[in-house]
Design a binder for this molecule. Structure first.
Ligand code: ADP
Ligand code: MG
Length: 331
């Protein structure tokens, strides 16, 4: 017998209740009811993934399930929140149980890794699209925002840049690589930096996750914090896979920088921090086996060729002209 909406919800989305997660009522009623501890605030974020826009129709469903949650958890990390709950609105063209089982396997692999509980959602029929809303908790005085970067702060990122964008180019066959797999993995199996965020709340002055390209996402911090920045291209962390492709001549160094600066889909955290606090943070991260890379500084207004630029790139301390763009759905 073919399965209906409620069989699907029960079979794939309803899972045993995790008692210590503040879930008073989970899936099965009109709303979920969640307990918020005193001194904490609720961080809420939503991201949609639409077939043909955010992923290829034939994407591996495990990876789609994983990524639809990962991009949301990345937003929670960027605010310094601990991920707790998630809801999932899924629109399916038809019920394909093999596909659904794989989607859920990817989704719950990541949910379980961070002890995030699925507490509700919606299941409808139509063109394939996924909308996830993640909820997290953050201590009232420890929220990481975009508007508090200070002149003199150091700009850091949580990991190598550009791989996701190279992965997308490899999939679109606009780039030939010796070994495309690590880039495609970077694109499809992004790791939300929730562990790092736990340490950042005590030290960073501002934070954002890089989903639309470093230059565009950094510019949000600069605009909201009313300051400027200088980024040293020679300090941009590039992955071993990227360095290998540069060595093989498949990607030039300039292209690698462009991918790192303007490519989307990295989901690394970008944060600003005072030099003094960066020393403390590094000591803490060493113990946790985590790392961060300083790539530049927050500055006062800068003039380049008599033009004001909020973002200046340098190579070996000399200003370099680089186009900074970034992803915009409507441009
Ligand atoms: P309503 O009609 O009140 O909106 P539904 O009949 O759509 O509720 O859903 C029944 C229950 O199943 C609700 O608790 C809802 O949150 C949950 N639910 C529906 N779809 C999903 C899904 N894809 N993932 C998780 N929970 C879901
Ligand atoms: Mg209802």
């Amino acid at each position: 017998m073919s399965k209906g909406e409620f069989d699907i919800i029960q079979r794939y989305f309803q899972r045993p209740k995790n008692d210590d997660n503040g879930v008073v009522i989970g899936i099965g009623d009109d709303c979920a009811i969640l307990d918020i501890p005193q001194d904490y605030q609720l961080a809420v974020t939503t991201d949609s993934l639409v077939s043909g826009v955010h992923f290829f129709e034939d994407v591996d469903p495990y990876r789609l399930g994983y990524k639809s949650l990962a991009v949301n958890l990345s937003d929670l990390a960027a605010m310094g929140a601990t991920a707790k709950w998630v809801s999932l609105a899924i629109t399916l063209p038809s019920i394909n149980e093999v596909w659904l089982a794989e989607f859920c396997r990817g989704f719950f692999a990541l949910a379980d890794q961070y002890n995030v509980q699925l507490v509700g959602g919606d299941t409808t029929k139509g063109p394939l699209s996924i909308t996830v809303s993640a909820k997290g908790l953050v201590k009232k005085t420890k929220v990481l925002t975009r508007n508090n970067a200070k002149v003199g702060d150091i700009i850091c990122v949580s990991g190598s840049l550009g791989d996701g964008a190279v992965g997308l180019s490899a999939k679109l066959e606009s780039l030939t690589l010796t070994n495309p797999q690590p880039f495609i993995d970077a694109l499809e199996l992004t790791e939300p930096r929730l562990a790092l965020a736990k340490s950042l709340v005590d030290h960073a002055s501002s934070c954002i996750d890089i989903s639309d390209g470093l230059s565009q996402d950094l510019s949000h911090i600069l605009k909201q914090s009313q300051c400027y920045a200088e980024i040293a291209l020679d300090k941009l962390p590039l992955s071993d896979a990227m360095l290998d492709e540069i060595k093989s001549g498949n990607i030039t160094k300039q292209q690698a920088w462009q991918f790192a600066i303007n490519g989307g889909d990295d989901y690394e955290l970008l944060f600003t921090i005072s030099a003094e606090k960066l020393i403390k943070l590094r000591l803490e991260l060493n113990k946790l086996n985590l790392s961060c890379f300083d790539i530049g500084t927050v500055t006062q207004q800068q003039l380049v060729n008599e033009e004001t630029q909020s973002l200046v790139f340098t190579y070996k301390k000399q200003a370099v002209a680089l186009k900074s763009t970034g992803w915009d759905h409507f441009k």
